[in-house]
Design a binder for this molecule. Sequence first.
Ligand code: NAG
Ligand code: NAG
Ligand code: NAG
Ligand code: NAG
Ligand code: NAG
Ligand code: NAG
Ligand code: NAG
Length: 564
Amino acid sequence: MKISSRGLLLSTFSVCTFVQTLGQDSQSFAWLDLPASYALEWVDCYTGFQCSNLKVPLNYSNPDSNETIVLAIIQYPSPLPVNSTDYKGPLLFNDGGPGGSGVDYVLEQGVYYSQMFQDQYDIVGFDPRGVARSTRVSFYETGVERALWGYNIAVELMGRPDGVANAWAQATITGQLAAERDTGILAHINTDQTARDMLKITEAYGREKLQYWGFSYGTVLGVTFAAMFPDKIERMVLDGVVDADNYYATLWSDNLLDSNKTLQTFFDGCFQVGPDGCPFYASSPDTIKQNLDDLYTAIRARPLPVRLPTGYGVVDYARMHYSVFAALYTPQSSFLTLAQGLSDLAQGNGDIIFNMTYFSPFECSCDDPSALLTASVQDSMIAIICNDGLPVPRNVEAAEEYYADLSAQFEWASIWAGIRIGCSGWPDYPKTNFRGPFTGNTSYPILFVANTADPVAPLSAAKKMASGFDGSVVLTQDSPGHCSIAANSPCTEGYIRDYFINGTLPESDTICPIVGGLFDDISVPGAFRRDLYEGKSEEVRRKSYSARRPLSLAPNSGCASVGR
Ligand SMILES: *[C@@H]1O[C@H](CO)[C@@H](O)[C@H](O)[C@H]1NC(C)=O
Ligand SMILES: *[C@@H]1O[C@H](CO)[C@@H](O)[C@H](O)[C@H]1NC(C)=O
Ligand SMILES: *[C@@H]1O[C@H](CO)[C@@H](O)[C@H](O)[C@H]1NC(C)=O
Ligand SMILES: *[C@@H]1O[C@H](CO)[C@@H](O)[C@H](O)[C@H]1NC(C)=O
Ligand SMILES: *[C@@H]1O[C@H](CO)[C@@H](O)[C@H](O)[C@H]1NC(C)=O
Ligand SMILES: *[C@@H]1O[C@H](CO)[C@@H](O)[C@H](O)[C@H]1NC(C)=O
Ligand SMILES: *[C@@H]1O[C@H](CO)[C@@H](O)[C@H](O)[C@H]1NC(C)=O
């Protein structure tokens, strides 16, 4: 899930990117002017990339209809000739959300993944149907309307006495808008159809079987594909694994099982590195926890005003709680900042805590309407989640009961509960999409990857999903954070590279360590550098990457983001 924060909008699982990049690239490539075709007709775009608009059926179950929609696809092509024995074809990515833009993700990370896989793959990103530059859903007539209302579903409202009822009432309106403004595609925006799109993209490359790496929600997409088309898998890595049964039941009730464990690594790690390494240090992990609780109490009573050169706002309990949660997605790059922010907060300065989840306000880009037409928006996330899952009861009492249950178990229920409650007013489409069972004898074993303390994708979910697929393996990374790329682990990278390059799977029960501490401010997960791999022995490659200094990514990118 991703967290974006237009007034605290939390997108769920984008595991992989904390913030929404509002179609920042659309100005440099005119996607809407690119003709759509049934074949992949590549046009050079950006720098070193190729783009294509692919036509696919609107409804694969209705082959007689001529209705199509368009998928925006980008590749960072392999430099190898197609007839080279090393050339391995397309490797598709999904960076989560749901609703994350694969085009944005490959623009940000494609070069590094290409290097990681020794240039043998075309690194392919696609905006799933309904998302960003593909034929997309929009519940609002203008960007301004969305900014004023759409991003208003403040899940942290739930902390207030009327919070659940308020979120429920908003969801009712959002559902009505979605139905009224539907151009005829909305009912077809779901993971079942997107899985079929991935097969179509693969076939458009002239190949039969999928090669895929999915993060977070992308693991739901992956197991859906694997259960529907078990004989169409060449390679599949599912990283930051979600329990698909729970997802398709629209329950959202077992994602947070390891979230306490993740927060505990903050207390333990802060204590271990000592006062010089952790600005929020105290004499024991328990004392650090107590100090955090005291700070929550203080800020509840006295919110702080913040003015930065880039913006302004108020740090209240909701904002502080949200910033702490956000840091759990990417500890290695966020814990030091969080510790400094909390320490400052205790001194009455909320700048850092505010800044951790601050994104520039909506700007009306009247000069470039196409930027708005191709931007990633929250609408697609809601559409995919609500279309995929079983209907949520429409009455407010059910929402209140659900919230009471979730908050009895999880500290972060106030942030999380809005995902299910957000479907309370969703239009009543027939649920004919594939929703399991998630089992199969796949034509190549799936590699599942899970962290020991992922705040939104517990290890138990990876084990559960793996148990449905013959021969699959769970590779465990001993770290907090969402998805393996949240931390620096040459070991994990090495296994994933071997799997894609020569099909080797790790032994079951393999656990990979990470390199570097949680308070080292290692700023960029998810970037892979060829120079670190070349000419080094396996042992060096696996163990001594401490020198790896991640490339600098914009704060709003990189797999470990939430919300788009
Ligand atoms: C897709 O087509 C099938 C077959 O005509 C139909 O039963 C189904 O309802 C359609 N799906 C949607 C979402 O309209
Ligand atoms: C689909 O296209 C074909 C050829 O253009 C046309 O003959 C047919 O009537 C169309 N079918 C529908 C359902 O529109
Ligand atoms: C690969 O294709 C190129 C261009 O078609 C050709 O010149 C070359 O000989 C081929 N190489 C092999 C190994 O077949
Ligand atoms: C806010 O965050 C951005 C990006 O992380 C950083 O460049 C900037 O220095 C921060 N500002 C403050 C006041 O912390
Ligand atoms: C997490 O910790 C909170 C208190 O900090 C506790 O109420 C809750 O039961 C714990 N949840 C889990 C799943 O361990
Ligand atoms: C899975 O498929 C392979 C090859 O088709 C077959 O050898 C194997 O017995 C199957 N495994 C199961 C559990 O059905
Ligand atoms: C390929 O497979 C072997 C194990 O058979 C492994 O040791 C080797 O390093 C692998 N990786 C690559 C990138 O060639």
